[in-house]
Design a protein around this ligand. Structure first.
Ligand SMILES: *Cc1c(COP(=O)(O)O)cnc(C)c1O
Length: 447
């Protein structure tokens, strides 16, 4: 890679007026705009690659913030969208329905544990979580139980950026500016584990004990417990064991507390099975889905629940109704995309099922005997590890930023979370392409 290219990647001089205009009027997510480098302008996406305006290719190793599960430009989804757009682009979803929503709902339920019977649509991960939160809260009040108003979450949990979702992930430190606005949450440790971990059982027991203590302390006071099952995403790619989820479920059930799985990231094959609940053989009360749902084509989300929760909202009094909805609830084009995506996922499921083995082989070959790599962890299609430095913790963010820039210079989109480096590739990635990403990581970390 030439120095010229490196400069271009930093964002100067690519695309001319196009970028100037862009930076002048757009406020970017999670970005300090004062000194932000101009963004890279993307012309097209095909498979694992993004094509920039200047003709260079970037391998998208994080599925564009975890949504493009099949890779970019998947033709069957594009075709389904075009077809649906010609027939019915949108219709109000109160009092009306349409085939794409009915068909996708049935198909999705077939993939979930049997007790899941009802879907509530919204349009992003945060709203899927808000819906779950409100459902759990009203579930109790609809039954005349006014005491169950508290929630338990996990340290480093991330559930989205709206106020309720921020509250559930409240102590992860992303939202310092809003801390007085959030409702209170009781947070317990997430028993994250890694390759070669010998103390996980102790930490699992401690986490369960902490939850049990809270249950005792606020007897009959909890509405629900929220968890990112198997993998905590934005909070640092921490991974827990299926055993823990089973114990958690038993404990919550014993205290009549609802279990809510935020599978916004883990859903649709990410963990090597269709859903984390399937992989862990658990059956929570509510599941939140979004990110991979349309294969990265359109925003859509579903909050899925059981007949038991649903029926608590039935009655002749309007007060039992779930008063929630969004303008684009169950948009037909998004539902058509989701249906095409799930059909494709059925045909290609061996890709996400088999990727775990590939990660094991490649991490043995490229990562495992490096002294500055610790806490290697693999779950399905995800691999993550921490990079240690001799400079102490304040340096970590800087390590992440430097690595990100270097990866981009080499043509790879890999965005570390602090000092945690991870890959979350589209399932279409070929073994040789995945190996390229490992080579790049291994070189950058040695340097
Ligand atoms: C990304 C994410 C969300 C929020 O989804 P958005 O679509 O960004 O609002 C919620 N929960 C988890 C686990 C996520 O990874």
């Amino acid at each position: 890679m030439s120095a010229e290219n490196a400069v271009a990647i930093a964002g100067t001089g690519v695309g001319g007026s196009f970028l100037d205009k862009d930076t002048s009027c757009i406020w970017r997510p999670f970005t300090q705009m004062q000194d932000a480098a101009p963004p890279l302008s993307v012309r097209a996406g095909r498979g694992v690659y993004l094509e920039l305006e200047d003709g260079r290719r970037i391998m998208d190793c994080i599925s564009s913030w975890w949504v493009n599960i099949h890779g970019h430009g998947e033709p069957s989804i594009a075709a389904a969208i075009a077809e649906q757009a010609k027939t019915l682009e949108h219709v109000i979803f109160a009092g009306f329905t349409h085939d794409p929503a009915e068909r996708f709902s049935r198909r999705l339920l077939e993939k979930l544990p049997q007790n899941f019977k009802r879907l509530f649509y919204s349009d992003n991960g945060s709203t899927a979580v808000e819906v779950a939160l409100k459902l759990a809260y009203q579930y109790w009040s609809n039954q005349g139980v006014s005491s169950r108003t508290r929630f338990i979450g996990f340290e480093n949990g991330y559930h989205g950026d709206t106020v309720g979702a921020m509250s559930i992930g409240g102590n992860s430190g992303f939202w310092h500016a809003f801390k007085d606005l959030l409702f209170s949450l009781d947070a317990v440790p997430y028993p994250g584990t890694f390759v070669g971990d010998e103390s996980v059982e102790v930490r699992e027991k401690e986490a369960l004990k902490a939850i049990e203590r809270l249950f005792e302390q606020h007897k009959g006071g909890y509405a629900a417990i929220f968890i990112e099952p198997l993998v905590q995403g934005a909070g640092g790619m921490h991974m827990c064991r299926p055993q823990f989820l089973r114990q958690l479920q038993a404990l919550a059930q014993a205290h009549q507390v609802l279990v809510i799985y935020d599978e916004v990231m883990t859903g649709f094959g990410r963990t090597g099975d269709w859903f984390a609940c399937k992989k862990a053989a658990t059956s929570p009360d509510i599941i939140c889905l979004s990110k991979g749902i349309t294969g990265g084509f359109l925003p859509l989300a579903a909050t899925v629940t059981t007949e038991e929760i649903f029926s608590a909202f039935l009655g002749d009094r309007a007060t039992k109704t779930f008063f929630h909805g969004h303008s684009y609830t169950a948009n037909p084009i998004a539902c058509a995309a989701a249906e095409a995506s799930i059909a494709l996922l059925e045909q290609t499921q061996s890709r996400f099922i088999d990727m775990h083995v590939l990660h094991e082989e490649l991490s043995r070959k490229y990562l495992q005997n490096k002294s500055n790599i610790t806490r290697l962890r693999i779950c399905g299609t995800i691999v993550a590890f921490d990079v240690t430095t001799s400079h102490g913790t304040n340096y970590f963010d800087d390590v992440g930023r430097k690595l990100k820039e270097r990866f981009l210079t080499d043509g790879f989109l890999i965005r570390p979370l602090g000092n945690t480096v991870y890959l979350m590739p589209p399932y279409c990635i070929a073994p040789e392409q995945l190996e390229e990403a490992y080579v790049v990581m291994s070189k950058a970390i040695s340097a």
